[in-house]
Design a protein around this ligand. Sequence first.
Ligand SMILES: [Zn+2]
Length: 138
Amino acid sequence: MSTCFSTGLPHATELMLQCCSKCQQINYPTRELCGNCLADALQWQPVDNTGTVQSVAQLHYSLEAEYADHLPWTVANIKLDCGPVVLAHLQPDIVSGSRVTLTIAQDQASNRMLIATGDDSELASAWLKAVNFGEITT
Ligand SMILES: [Zn+2]
């Protein structure tokens, strides 16, 4: 399955990660062998897209004009309930320890990325609209 350079994930509308068919460990980032048992038996599968914010960093400068209007920009490490830790763009005003949902979106330049949003879907939708991130539909 082909993957996207910016996320290392398959071109899909849902979160898919490599699952080991021998030990069932879910692996991320993308790798050739299972990080737990070294088996060459990794299969892309849809996974639970919920997790907890572990750490947060704010970027105060961007070379990309479309991001510069929304600084400081927040990125976070998210501990997925299914195991791995991923780096994602985080909805503003969400703090470490918060529960989030991960989805795949794309910016104006069609760069695909992981985004983490909180429980309030209206706030999440308002942020995605404000930063002009689009939902992946294909
Ligand atoms: Zn394994």
